[in-house]
Design a protein around this ligand. Structure first.
Ligand SMILES: Cc1ncc(COP(=O)(O)O)c(C=O)c1O
Length: 359
């Protein structure tokens, strides 16, 4: 039988490395996807539930309330707020709108596993720049890769999977040096967890650099990854371009309602950030006591070096057998590592005692 034919580019698009969570039964400690261990706030659940009664109608294609609430919170014009079915959708739309064969995109590596998709799906050249010795973005080396063909420089801050952060001042300096035709997409999925910067500092950068796009998500500190909602702050031109390449109804009604409500609860965000910082300290000091090194995390997860004598695959599958799901470094770009999300104290202690059984 003659097979149906596909776009040749799909051969270059890597398969997303799904967590083992879904393949395992029973009660699991899920520390593989950098999710929040807390459910959505009651007010957020109620907003989503109210939206269920209108599901016979299409969602608002302008996402009016959600964009207005984000704009108010960020002190930006709503016209500069693009929202998406998760921030990943905006990333992919940016590739669709900005990249093509002959164009280039520069990003650090290891970094978020979606980034290689942007070049692969668009036919552009992806330029990977290794992180520095401290597993941080090497902005100088990234700037050196920029040329007339570069359309996007992607910066993940704090970086997934290494959890490290760079200072907004360094990003400001990069933006000042780069030619204006290059868009800098600053992916701040984890910025709320950072104690190294005030998240509003990046919003100040937006006021100074018209080629900056700041990408944020409701999937992490807001705990809404199951609904899929994210946003980008940038120029109005950027919003119009990413809206043009997507279907108008990609953000469903409960997701719009929940996100619009969630962003009003900054007191809860602050509480979650504090809880995360406490767990970070706990997990990192316990790992250090076991002789395991971690990078300087400013996120809701640790990047753990296992050392030469330990086998990463054995530890990941051993943990899974004990009901604790974490990510193997090799699936994320660097062998001999674990990426482990912070859960509740009870979950983190289950991870640590499962690790003790294996080490
Ligand atoms: C760096 C980074 N950016 C973006 C996302 C995607 O988030 P969303 O759920 O908004 O698509 C993630 C999710 O893990 C991430 O790690």
């Amino acid at each position: 039988m003659t097979p149906i034919e596909f776009n040749r580019r799909i051969e270059d698009i890597p398969a997303y490395p799904a967590a083992e969570t879904y393949a395992n039964d029973g009660e699991l400690v899920k520390l593989a996807s950098n999710e929040a261990p807390w459910g959505p706030l009651e007010a957020v659940q109620e907003a989503a539930a109210r939206a269920l009664t209108t599901l016979n109608r299409y969602p608002d294609p302008d996402k009016t309330l959600m964009r207005r609430r984000i704009a108010e919170r960020c002190d930006m014009a709503p016209g500069r707020v693009a929202v998406g079915n998760g921030s990943c959708e905006i990333l992919l739309a940016a590739a669709e709108a900005m990249l093509e064969p002959g164009a280039e995109i520069v990003y650090a590596w290891p970094s978020f596993s979606m980034y290689p998709h942007l070049a692969a799906m668009s036919g552009a050249r992806g330029v990977r720049v290794p992180l520095d010795a401290e597993s941080r973005h090497d902005l100088e080396a990234m700037a050196a890769e920029v040329n007339h063909a570069t359309r996007i420089v992607l910066i993940c801050n704090p970086n997934n999977p290494t959890a490290t952060a760079i200072a907004p001042d360094a990003i400001d300096a990069l933006l000042t040096d780069l030619p204006r035709h290059v868009a800098v997409i600053l992916d701040e999925a984890y910025v709320k967890f950072s104690l190294a910067q005030d998240p509003d500092e990046s919003l100040d950068l937006l006021r100074r650099h018209s080629n900056l796009v700041v990408l944020r998500t409701f999937s992490k500190v807001y705990g809404l990854c199951g609904l899929r909602a994210g946003y980008a702050l940038g120029s109005e031109q950027f919003r119009l371009a990413v809206d043009r390449v997507r279907q108008p109804f990609s953000v469903n009604t409960p997701a719009q309602a929940a996100a619009a409500e969630a962003i009003r609860h900054q007191d809860e965000v602050a509480r979650r950030v504090e809880l995360t910082a406490v767990e970070r300290l706990h997990v990192e000091s316990e790992l250090a006591e076991r002789g395991l090194e971690t990078t300087d995390s400013q996120a809701n997860f640790s990047w753990v070096a296992l050392g030469e004598e330990r086998d990463e695959a054995e530890i990941v599958s051993g943990l899974a057998a004990l009901g604790v799901i974490v990510r193997a470094g090799s699936a994320l770009g660097e062998e001999g590592r674990l990426r482990v999300t912070y859960g509740t104290r009870a979950e983190n202690d289950r991870f640590l005692s499962a690790l003790d059984e294996l080490l």
